[in-house]
Design a protein around this ligand. Structure first.
Ligand SMILES: Cc1cc2nc3c(=O)[nH]c(=O)nc-3n(C[C@H](O)[C@H](O)[C@H](O)COP(=O)(O)OP(=O)(O)OC[C@H]3O[C@@H](n4cnc5c(N)ncnc54)[C@H](O)[C@@H]3O)c2cc1C
Length: 410
């Protein structure tokens, strides 16, 4: 059998994964290990989860989904799709979801994973409590009133092994998803506010060369929509984010009303991609810099073209979590799905950073980037606080790995 790899297959992990069946067993493993990292569902595109020490998964722990008035307590290894189906069945909802329901809750929250929507913060912004196994093997629970909380939710695996999370919920709601073809690319900048405030969640897909942008609007059910809009027209059939790909695995479009959990992700839970022929990169720029960022990307269009599959523009509301890509500012997320050729992709990523970092861009922790530790400190102002917090919880560096030593050195 070959080495264990991440979802994209571009990272071979340095250790085999161990999957304890109980929290006490995992506590024992943590307290006796010299170096340890947790692997979620392996959807990150870099070495963030890797270790030469002990690699553990929390997917084998007893499954918990406990729904109270306006919260749900879940075991950390559950995939979003499992949690959301249970919530929907009880008439409850999360505020937002990422593009894929197969990603683990703890892994997503640990890296600042997000969906779209002007008023929607990162998925981690819904976390109201977190329980993890600390370096000494003991359980630690932090809630919003704890002074360490804001540094502990998006933690890149540096504080301990998360076994349980408590998330805010709200009454379940319905969404109708409509797709538009042919938004003139210039309007992405000139009509930015109108485009992105036009629905609960909006995604715009472009390759930065095609003059036509495809826009997915996820509307609260009952919101009217027009056959023509800002120069775009309703799509004549279902679409995949990459126009040439079959749309069978995409969540239902065409304005058909459905539950939030079956419309907010782009892909259906029952479609389980075990791997994907792609790499991903994403940068988060302040909203005020959106139009300029689009101009820079269009200017780089021919450079990007040989390696891009598709790019997606989304918006994310500000939050206070220290390592959040939208910490302290409303944000535009510029996502790139690349071909799976890291040698060809990296120079293009570096070229993107040359134009986007001066605009205040922050790289996604779980995707491909080339910025170094000093640059990241400029982008993420709370890194020094986070490094101090991690050193306090993990003085011997049990949860550190090459990724943390490189990008967030002690
Ligand atoms: C097809 C695809 C679609 C994606 N869509 C989006 C999107 O819409 N929005 C977005 O922002 N990102 C997106 N991503 C990126 C993805 O959400 C992040 O990389 C996320 O971290 C993956 O979660 P995971 O469970 O696979 O974590 P992993 O990649 O396994 O691990 C990520 C980090 O989390 C830590 N971790 C995981 N579980 C635990 C735990 N129990 N305790 C402590 N630390 C833990 C790991 O140690 C590591 O540091 C996408 C990725 C793919 C492949």
């Amino acid at each position: 059998m070959g080495a264990l790899t991440n979802w994209a297959g571009n990272i071979a992990f340095s250790a085999d994964v161990r999957q304890p069946a109980s929290v006490p067993e995992l506590q024992e493993l943590v307290s006796s290990a010299e170096r340890l990292r947790v692997l979620g569902t392996g959807h990150s595109f870099n070495r963030i989860a890797d270790t030469t020490g002990t690699l553990v998964s929390v997917a084998g722990l007893p499954k918990l989904i406990s729904i109270a008035d306006d919260t749900v307590t879940v075991s950390a290894g559950l995939r979003y799709g499992e949690v959301t189906a249970a919530l929907q069945a009880e008439g409850r909802a999360l505020h937002n979801l990422g593009s894929l329901p197969h990603i683990s809750v703890a892994g997503a929250c640990s890296t600042g994973t997000h969906g779209s929507g002007d008023a929607n913060g990162t998925l981690a912004s819904a976390v109201s409590g977190i329980t993890f196994i600390g370096a000494d093997g003991e359980l630690v629970t932090l809630t919003r009133d704890d002074p360490d909380f804001l540094g502990s939710v998006i933690s890149l695996g540096a504080l301990g092994v998360i076994v349980q999370l408590q998330l805010d919920t709200q009454p379940a709601f319905e969404i109708s998803q409509v797709v538009y073809d042919g938004l003139p690319v210039a309007r992405l900048g000139s009509d930015f506010e109108e485009v992105f405030s036009s629905a609960y969640s909006v995604s715009a897909f472009t390759d930065w060369v095609d003059p036509d942008v495809m826009v997915w609007r996820k509307l609260r059910a009952g919101t009217p929509y027009e056959p023509s809009w800002l120069g775009a027209r309703l799509a004549d059939g279902a679409r995949h984010p990459i126009k040439s790909m079959p749309a069978d695995f995409a969540t239902e479009q065409g304005g058909v009303v459905g539950p939030w959990n079956e419309r907010l992700p782009h892909f259906r839970l029952e479609f389980t991609p075990s791997n994907g022929e792609e790499l991903q990169t994403e940068y988060f720029v302040p909203r005020a810099a959106a139009a300029q960022a689009f101009e820079e990307l269009k200017a780089l269009g021919e450079r990007i073209a040989p390696v891009i599959q598709i790019s997606e523009v989304r918006t994310v509301a500000a939050d206070d979590l220290w390592l959040s890509p939208s910490q302290g500012r409303d944000t535009v997320a510029l996502h790139f799905t690349w071909i799976q050729d890291e040698a060809a992709v990296r120079p293009v990523v570096a070229a993107l950073e040359e134009v986007l970092l001066p605009l205040g861009a922050r790289p996604h922790w779980g995707k491909v980037f080339t910025a170094d530790a000093a640059t990241l400190r400029d982008c993420y102002p709370k890194i020094p606080d986070f490094v101090a917090l991690a050193a306090r919880y993990d003085p011997a560096g049990k949860f550190r790995n090459d990724y943390l030593n490189t990008y967030l050195p002690a």
